[in-house]
Design a protein. Sequence first.
Length: 469
Amino acid sequence: MTLTTATDQAFEDFLAAHADERLASYKDLIRIPSISALPAHAPDCRRAAAWIAADLERIGMEHVEVVETGGHPVVYADWLHAEGAPTIVVYCHYDVQPVDPLDLWTSPPFEPVVVGDRILGRGVADDKGQLHLHLRATEALLATRGRLPVNLKFVFEGEEESSSAHLDDWLRANRERLTADFALISDTGFFEGNIPAITIALRGMMYAQIDVTGTDVDLHSGGYGGAVENPANALARIIAGLKDETGRILVPGFYDDVVELTAEERRMIEDLPFDEDAYLARLGLPQLHGELGFSTLERRGTRPTLDVNGLWGGFQGEGSKTIIPANAHAKISCRLVSDQDPDRIFAAFRDHVLAIAAPGVRVDVRMLGGGRPSLTPAHHPATQAAARALEATFGQAPVYIREGGSIPVCATFEGTLGLPVVLLGFSPPDDHAHAPNEWMDLGNYETAIRTVARLWDEVAAVGVAGLAG
């Protein structure tokens, strides 16, 4: 694609002069293994928060705080001297996913390496890389202009990859502090083929664990087989009873609140430049699979799902061990769409699991986290400002997409804080987020710094009244 800068020369000169320093800083942040889901890495999450706070202070942001939440801290900072100009809450997260399976990485996940035009490492795209480019855009604007064209409030979270368990309470407690004209979230990516994109919808999430327990200890399968229920067998039957062979979820009431797409919405999705054959080839699968009656893009971004994320129990070592395991477990996630509520979905899921469970075992179903789906109109003035900034810097008008992933804070910004949300992310669509060899396109990263700077100028030109419609 054709790239243009669309920023002033002083800004470009600053970026050119600090290119090596910028890459070194990027790598330094990636080296911190801030895996929020693993308790052993809690100190690393705090170290990442402290690193970000120090960088915010260095570049000239104000009221910088590492704020306790009951879990991993939130990093807050603001700059509020653009009198009469719009105010934006900018959200990213500094925590990352676990790195398993480690043996599939081509380089250590927390030792970032540059290979051609890519940087590899856990968090380079999701989401430290996108957080870092916001820091660099802000730094360059403050260094070259001495001020920002808009008012910014940064909220950088440390628990997004573990269901944002404590963020909602903090946001509610700081509702007045976070008054703004809209929120910008950079935790999404471009469309297939690395086409610039703005995400207008995200799926929500319900995450649960099923624990099936039999006896207190494993039993000899010869002495007890045929006399007692096997928890692993019982769990397998539960999982088999969650979906049918067509991909339809069998939980009663699961689809009751799903808002079906209009004919126009389906046409917009159909018109996206999506090569299904190339998508399948990249995945290396014999064929795609999903709910009948919907296209791949519809299933991926607009339909609810139910998937087993983890499954364990019994003997898993080399060789054989003839036992009836004492327990078996599964982690299950459901991606949700408008207007599904995660609490209602969990209740229906729990009731269904208990109803189909074998009577010879004890079954416990726990909710581990959740978040509501989100939808922002493409025609909102803030979204259109982002579209103009993308086209000015990447040289191509963006497409509008519905993403299958979940960002729990998005619905909270909308529902609790009353803020429209613009989902402006820059990672390539095949960035291996949540998988080995996560990577970020350095061209995307560098151009995105210009996009963010251009966006703030576009938003300032629209003004507070223009954003209100």
